[in-house]
Write a protein that binds this ligand. Structure first.
Ligand SMILES: NC(=O)c1ccc[n+]([C@@H]2O[C@H](COP(=O)([O-])OP(=O)(O)OC[C@H]3O[C@@H](n4cnc5c(N)ncnc54)[C@H](OP(=O)(O)O)[C@@H]3O)[C@@H](O)[C@H]2O)c1
Length: 436
């Protein structure tokens, strides 16, 4: 076997993911060399704090620098691996690398979702590869299937659990009947939630991933700002109990779909919110901090991707896969598939997205309540799928599940219901996915 001269890597970031990238590169060096046809060599590692304790990393101390931009600009760098995160200065580094013809591998979902265009444009300008498998769902091979394997098909819908922290919290609420705060506390103690869990529980992390998935699935640039986002902090133990009574559970879902809007214009809807799904749905059984993504395509039908969505080693696995692909391309003089955004589909606002609601009302126990409530739904052109009445007097309840309707009509229905004197309170409102 002939082995070419080394492919030289600049590693930006050596934290949770970066240290595992270094370890895997070291432990699998011989196999990687055989697979690529050239050895991989780290020529520099940019970090924020030079003196930080990094355990027994198999890398020379003198390779560390705080000058990431200087490292990126070096002539002896072929591939830049960015595992720092955040918008700036990461964008400046990566644009510089790509324009200079260097291959870039990044796990930075925030940057890709906010300004992926800057990276794709720079890659086109520099004739460089841009890979980002680790940015969505950690170890799960998902972006390459969307970007390559499914390119002969037409993807119609992507539904995913793409945030492990919130999945752990909701799975724990489902299993134990705990409330949100209690389950969050448990997640924090076990290291599944960060000290500031806002990005996870408010759905920002999932929204960034939804934008990346939708862009790839629908050949259209979708940014985080295009994604409707509702976090899961409002999901109560009562909501979970309601879901369980219906044979369902609650998951924080990212949903990206394409189809005609009311005027018949093909468009894209992308949203992140908690939703009730039946126990029979393939995503209902995804427990703990696991991720899973359900892809529907016209010819392929239904596909399910499942695995670890975060963690240093699983995420490093995805980064290494991209490094191998980029290194092979450099050796053979070929390129990764470039961005495909030819469809330019318009984004449908949440109000025009067709959703279904599950509404739990505390109502007065007297004749005519059901007819009045049903009248409110009819007035807003929302059709009712099922109604369940239970309890007497103070405990009188109505649980209503609708058919699909524009989200704006459903929201207006809930607003009108809240103004009815016979509705004592709206105990819960949840969107519903799957055949409930
Ligand atoms: N952790 C996961 O499970 C996971 C999963 C999927 C994707 N990701 C993505 O991977 C990326 C890295 O995540 P992580 O968890 O590894 O982060 P992390 O543990 O916080 O590590 C960040 C690294 O970046 C370095 N850094 C920060 N600012 C810098 C600057 N201005 N110049 C040079 N280096 C700088 C830090 O240096 P010091 O070491 O000196 O502080 C540290 O080594 C993020 O984009 C994240 O969204 C992470």
């Amino acid at each position: 076997m002939s082995v070419s001269k080394p492919i030289r890597l600049a590693l930006l970031g050596c934290g949770t993911v970066g240290t595992e990238v270094v370890r895997l590169l070291h432990h699998q060096a011989d196999d990687l060399t055989a697979r690529i046809g050239a050895p991989l060599e780290i020529v520099g590692v940019a970090v924020r704090r030079l003196g930080r304790e990094r355990g027994d990393l198999p890398i020379k101390e003198n390779l560390f620098t705080t000058d990431a931009l200087g490292l990126v600009k070096r002539d002896d760098v072929d591939v830049v691996v960015e595992v720092v995160g955040g918008i700036e200065p990461a964008r400046t580094w990566l644009v510089e690398a790509l324009r200079g013809g260097k291959s870039v591998i990044t796990a930075n979902k925030a940057l890709l979702a906010e300004d992926g265009a800057a990276l794709h444009d720079a890659a086109a300008e520099g004739g460089a590869d841009l890979y980002y498998e680790a940015s969505v769902a950690g170890a799960i091979p998902l972006l390459r299937p969307l970007r390559e394997s499914l390119h002969g098909d037409r993807v119609t819908r992507v539904t995913g659990i793409v945030n492990g922290t919130t999945n752990f919290i909701l799975s724990s609420m489902d299993a134990s009947g705990a409330g949100f705060s209690e389950a969050l506390e448990e997640a924090t103690e076990l290291g599944y939630a960060e000290a500031d869990p806002t990005a996870d529980v408010e759905g920002f992390d999932a929204a960034a991933k939804a934008a990346i998935l939708a862009s790839l699935a629908f050949h259209t640039r979708v940014t985080a700002a295009d994604v409707f986002r509702e976090g899961m902090t409002g999901v109560t133990a009562g909501d979970m109990a309601s879901a369980q009574e219906m044979g369902c559970t609650i998951k924080l879902l990212c949903i990206a779909e394409r189809g005609p809007d009311e005027a018949g214009v093909e468009s894209v809807s992308v949203r992140v919110h908690p939703a009730m799904i039946p126990r029979s749905h393939p995503l209902a059984g995804v427990g703990d901090a696991f991720n899973a993504v359900f892809v529907e395509a016209e010819a392929a039908g239904q596909l399910m991707f499942y695995g670890r969505g975060a963690g240093g080693t699983p995420t490093a696995s995805a980064v290494l896969g991209d490094i191998v692909a980029a290194a092979r391309n450099r050796l053979s003089g070929t390129r990764a598939p470039s961005e495909s955004n030819y469809a330019h589909l318009p984004i449908r606002p949440i109000g025009a997205a067709v959703t279904r609601y599950h509404i739990n009302l505390d109502v007065d126990d007297r004749p005519g309540v059901l007819a009045t409530v049903a009248g409110v739904f009819a007035r807003h052109e929302v059709s009712i799928a099922t109604v369940r009445q239970s309890g007497r007097e103070e405990d009188a309840k109505l649980v209503i599940v609708t058919h699909g309707a524009p989200d704006a009509n459903l929201a207006a229905t809930v607003d009108s219901l809240s103004q009815l004197e016979m509705v004592r309170s709206i105990a819960s409102v949840l969107r519903v996915e799957g055949g409930v």
